[in-house]
Design a protein around this ligand. Structure first.
Ligand SMILES: [Zn+2]
Length: 67
């Protein structure tokens, strides 16, 4: 079994949608350079949102909420 094989990286940076509850705005959060988390900021109050990326067994959700 090729459990360690990674799928080809897409040409565009992956992102997830995050609803910032602090300001009730929706933002796209892009994957960081290290590829271990999605990192972004609230456009209104600059609160940081960070979503850790887990290789396996993680959430399959594409949308999140941040407080
Ligand atoms: Zn905010």
């Amino acid at each position: 079994m090729d459990r360690d094989r990674q799928p080809p990286q897409p040409a565009v940076r992956p992102f997830v949608g995050v609803h910032m509850k602090c300001c009730h705005v929706y933002v796209r959060v892009y994957r960081n350079a290290a590829g271990d988390a999605y990192v972004g900021w609230c456009p209104r109050c600059a609160a940081q949102v960070r979503l850790e990326i887990v290789p396996e067994g993680g959430s399959r959700e594409r949308f999140f909420e941040a407080s």
